[in-house]
Design a protein around this ligand. Structure first.
Ligand code: GCB
Length: 607
């Protein structure tokens, strides 16, 4: 299994040097950079901070909206004493496609903007010397990129991206970049599967290494006391009187893995691991065998100026806001988030529904009715009928899921997988595609977490053809907003309940949760009586949904859209972004957040 999926760490044998900071940056609209030698330096660069999205640091429209190839270049000193090991650059992400060069030699290519990859650079570097690292990125969207969209040209030849989703198509080196040193014989993967046995736990583990030496695994509790130990690349660790990881009551053990030659440590790696089980049974989601009720949000990695750039401060504030309001869960809508977010969720005991970057697979809702300036084309209405989707897109989707599961599988917080957001499930053509990706995840996730997808309102119960593959149902519904808004809100309740009852008839043993519902709300607009867009109206929409949720005991969770207001592409549907946040983009609560806080703090995490 791939080394790049291990979160980079400094240990007794591993070294790491941050490559974050100011890089040279330049757009390459004619894609001439490689031919003109930009791999060794840019002719006319500006400086660009890493990590960040490039868009919102600029003040001119062309730069902000730029679509096409663009370059990041930096100088990197590679210590000579690292020559005896493996030296790799790890990009926590590069959005959406990247080719990496060291001193002009191509060392890596990766597609997909939200998962890590490494460039192995031993053969391309000058040791104990300065090296030029160049990254050519591309942020165009197509039916073969995840997320899905289109790219078209304005009459003057300028490329424009037309996402089939409403969040802004931020791009660049948006997460951390590190230079890593590891021994040649190294730990490349660690897999853990937990079994609870009364007050004890048994953890089946598998370690993959690049050599033949033996492996030891030691487990330490939060006080640093050894609680279990085993030898061999595969085995079982027995932990007596285990302290389980629970929702909002996390507990993390430190698993230390060492490759040893007698007493000599050849390589050492560790991870913080919570012990818990997750399963779906009889209309319930069970964590450690106990029924949970999920309260939380669909989120985005999004903030002012930084765009989707990794922002530890904003992340921390988001967790504090979620704790304040009584949340215990979130969905990584609509792409895998930075690993630091998952480690924080592990520590804080959040149930994370980890979502693949698979959004925009519904042709007729592309760009949310013009939210991002939809372009017309002659593609068929049902996405999955397209030949290239069943072949190329499916292959890319499968590879992306492999990368996501490999990266996130040890996290206790990752309790479920969402394999798509709002795909077109109205047509039988979706069925083989769905079966292929759901079977794949069932096979590669050794913890066998529940799997699902977020269902779109235009594919309701009775129309949707793919729900048989999901272990639990997740509904995105906008009664009270896109349909039955304002004075017609009471009609929304009746229609939603009718649909829910149909779902329950179709899937009598599967739990159902709401992964989206809400209302755009401009903070500061107050109306008596309420009107749509006012803070009072958002409270009414939240109350309407609460009444629906409380009517059925097979509803297992509520995640309104969205934790915060976030940036979208400009268009007639959005006023400087999507305003469905319970908090503003600068993380301050709207009125409805107080309603949810009262509601959620009264609902226990475990039923
Ligand atoms: C949805 C999408 C989400 C949008 C939201 C909206 O169904 O999944 O990405 O932002 O609706 O506000 O329109």
């Amino acid at each position: 299994m791939p080394f790049e999926s291990l979160y980079p760490r400094v240990t007794a044998t591993r070294r790491m040097q941050s490559m974050n900071g100011s890089w040279d940056f330049q757009f390459d609209p004619e894609s001439k950079g490689v031919a003109e030698g930009w791999t060794k330096g840019l002719p006319n660069p500006t400086d660009m901070p890493v990590p960040a999205s490039f868009a919102d640091v600029f003040t001119d429209k062309y730069s902000r909206e730029y679509t096409g190839d663009f370059w990041y270049v930096t100088t990197l000193f590679v210590p000579g004493e690292w020559k005896d090991g493996s030296v790799d650059i790890r990009f926590d992400s590069a959005t959406h496609a990247a080719t990496v060069y060291v001193n002009g030699t191509e060392v890596a290519h990766h597609e997909g903007g939200f998962l890590p990859f490494v460039a192995h650079i031993n053969d391309a570097v000058k040791w104990n010397d300065y090296n030029i690292v160049a990254v050519k990125l591309n942020n165009e969207l197509s039916w073969q990129t995840l997320p899905v969209g289109e790219t078209y040209r304005l009459p003057d030849g300028t490329l424009v991206s037309a996402p089939y989703f409403d969040f802004y198509n931020y791009s660049g080196l948006q997460r951390n970049v590190n230079l890593l040193y590891t021994p040649n014989e190294r730990i490349e993967d660690l897999d853990v599967v937990h079994h609870i046995d009364g007050s004890d736990a048994h953890v089946d583990y598998t370690v993959a290494t690049s050599g033949d030496h033996d492996v030891e695994v030691v487990v330490l509790d939060e006080d640093g006391v050894e609680v279990a130990r085993a030898n061999g690349k595969q085995g079982t660790l027995d932990i007596k009187d285990v302290h389980l990881w629970n929702l909002r009551a996390a507990y993390l053990y430190k698993f230390v893995v060492r490759i040893k030659d007698g007493d000599t440590v050849i390589d050492e790696y560790f991870d913080e691991i919570g012990i818990r089980t997750v399963e779906v049974k009889d209309c319930k989601i069970l964590v450690n065998g106990r029924e949970v009720y999920l309260k939380g949000f669909g989120r985005h990695e999004d903030s002012n100026v930084h765009g989707r750039g990794f922002d530890a401060v904003m992340n921390k504030r988001d967790y504090e806001d979620m704790k304040w309001i009584g949340a215990n869960s979130f969905r990584t809508s609509h792409y895998p988030y930075a690993e630091e977010q998952l480690y924080e969720a592990d520590r804080d005991g959040f149930f994370v529904i980890d979502e693949a970057p698979t959004v925009g697979m519904f042709k007729s809702t592309m760009n949310f009715l013009g939210a991002s300036g939809a372009v017309g084309n002659d593609k068929p209405k049902t996405f999955f009928e397209e030949e290239s989707v069943q072949t190329e897109t499916l292959a890319i989707h499968r590879r992306t899921l492999e990368e996501m599961v490999a990266r996130d599988k040890r996290h206790a917080s990752v309790c479920a997988w969402s394999l798509l957001n709002e795909p077109d499930t109205t047509n039988e053509a979706a069925v083989p595609y769905f079966e292929s990706i759901f079977d794949l995840v069932a096979e590669i996730d050794t913890q066998k977490r529940p799997k699902t997808y977020a269902s779109i309102m235009m594919s309701p119960a009775g129309v949707d053809k793919t729900h048989h593959v999901a272990d639990f149902l997740m509904l995105n519904r906008y009664h009270g907003w896109y349909v039955n808004g304002g004075y017609a809100i009471s009609k929304g309740t009746i229609e939603m309940k009718a649909e829910l009852e149909k779902w329950h008839e179709l899937e009598p043993t599967k739990p159902i949760m709401f992964s989206e519902y809400g209302a755009d709300t401009m903070a500061g607009i107050h109306k008596l009586p309420s009107v749509m867009w006012s803070e009072e109206y958002q409270v009414e929409v939240m109350k309407m949904w609460a009444e629906i949720f409380d009517s059925y005991d097979w509803i297992v969770g509520e995640q309104p859209w969205n934790l915060n207001d976030f940036q979208t592409t400009e268009g007639i549907m959005r006023v400087d972004g999507n305003k469905k946040g319970l908090f503003t983009r600068d993380r301050q609560p709207k009125m409805a957040a107080f309603f949810l806080k009262d509601r959620w703090t009264a609902i226990p995490d475990y039923k």
